[in-house]
Design a protein around this ligand. Structure first.
Ligand code: HEC
Length: 200
């Protein structure tokens, strides 16, 4: 296993601040619309609070692990997880989160981070749902993944920036995510906090 060079993490930081700037735009638009509709402001603010996104596994990895294990786990090499049972891999991820990563993590987050590692081992797409509102759904996916959302036989348009995707659609109907990377396709029925490769 190689360790990350400092320059690598510096580039990452720059790129992620650009990314947050891009995601800041819709928030600015929302703030403006709140100002122009003072009577509805309080209600909208409450709705906005209810849809605070969960912390996605890829964001957590990029925050706490990328400096040693590389973008997308590129420094792990082919030995990642070799000889480890599913439970041992999960334990390793958990310990790394707490010790080297300095994170406080929930059981769900450990499961999602373990699944993300499984996707790296299998070169399969990792997809996670981190927020759902009445009209939109947001999540994370391995960069380079083609993400499609299927609802009642139709595909909804999806915008992707790096590892973040968002789709605008009626979320009261059943939705399935179809994710393709390296010629491998995963399907995930939509639910808040759900992710692919939950099982080995
Ligand atoms: C300060 C550097 C550092 C950071 C940060 C770090 N790790 Fe590690 N990690 C290591 C080293 C060194 C090893 C190999 C030695 C060992 O097995 O204990 C390792 C091993 C691992 C392994 C086993 C790899 C294999 O080949 O099976 C996993 C999984 C792992 N780390 C996950 C993580 C996760 C998840 C995070 C973030 C929460 C993280 N690490 C953060 C240094 C780091």
């Amino acid at each position: 296993m190689q360790l990350a060079l400092c320059t690598e993490s510096a580039t990452r930081v720059q790129r992620s601040s650009l990314l947050s700037a891009a995601w800041g735009l819709p928030c600015a638009a929302l703030a403006l619309s709140l100002l122009s509709h003072p009577t509805q402001g309080a209600q909208t603010a409450v709705a906005q609070m209810e849809v605070l996104p969960l912390r996605g596994a890829i964001s957590l990895y990029d925050k706490a692990c990328v400096r040693c294990h590389g973008p997308g786990g590129s420094f792990y090499g082919s030995e990642l997880g070799k000889g480890k049972t599913a439970a041992q891999l999960r334990k390793m991820v958990w310990e790394m989160c707490i010790a080297q990563g300095g994170l406080t993590v929930s059981q769900r987050e450990i499961d999602a981070m373990t699944a993300y590692h499984r996707s790296i081992m299998k070169s399969e797409p990792f997809v996670e749902v981190i927020a759902i509102t009445a009209k939109s759904i947001t999540g994370e996916a391995t960069p380079g993944t083609t993400v499609q959302l299927e609802t009642r036989g139709r595909l909804a348009p999806v915008s992707i920036i790096e590892n973040r995707w968002i789709a605008t659609l009626d979320t009261s109907k059943p939705i399935t995510i179809i994710a393709t990377l390296n010629g491998k396709t995963c399907r995930l029925p939509v639910g808040l906090g759900k992710f692919t490769l939950h099982q080995p």
